[in-house]
Ligand binder design. Sequence first.
Ligand code: AMP
Length: 235
Amino acid sequence: MAIRLILLGPPGVGKGTQAKKIAEAYGVPHISTGDMLREAVRKGTPLGREAKAIMDRGDLVPDRVVIGIVSDRMAGEDCRRGWILDGFPRTVEQADALGAMLTNLGGGVQYVVSFQMEEAGLVRRLSGRRSCESCRAAFHLFFNPPKQEGICDACGGRLVQRDDDREETVRERLSVYRRKTEPLIAYYQGRGLLRIVDAGARIEEVFPKVCEIIEGQSPGGVGTAHDHPEITGGD
Ligand code: AMP
């Protein structure tokens, strides 16, 4: 089964966590623009140097830059069997560019899974995230704490917080999401591709719902603007 999925939703909603699980279960690449940009920052490439300050203040990297990275990645041989996009597209311009890319590559988006959750929960999820400096294992101060504070269970490395997970930056990222990314809900709804998942539940409860969507067993959750008035607004 070719899986071509976009995971849409605010920062902290659990897109990355679910994307990893889906990628593993279905054997398709997980394409996270945030991960690719952070890798470029770590390596100090020209792209990383351009992106760092923008990411640290919680803003979006310019469309042309991100569109370039994704289009290179999606041309990869491993993407022919499908992919999961996590964190892209994030603007209408990116969504239009993705549409054009896919037309060229042959094959469109299967579903856009829109993860929804109230804002207070998002802030709590984001501010508690920690990851290992060495092996990148993920932890959470409330939901998945390490056995020993500040130390990775897997390799003993130091646990650190992403610069953009600090509270001031989190507020900015959420505001950018509402202004620039949330309009994509209506964009994909209008194309009949949107499926809504309540992401407030635990990881293990959310995952099967996404699987049902992928396997076409979930006629529910399609959602209309009328059923979900909260998703139509920007600000
Ligand atoms: P994420 O890990 O998806 O939360 O992304 C972290 C940061 O990377 C974002 O706050 C943006 O600064 C940048 N970024 C990731 N994906 C995109 C994108 N599609 N467009 C623009 N900036 C992005």
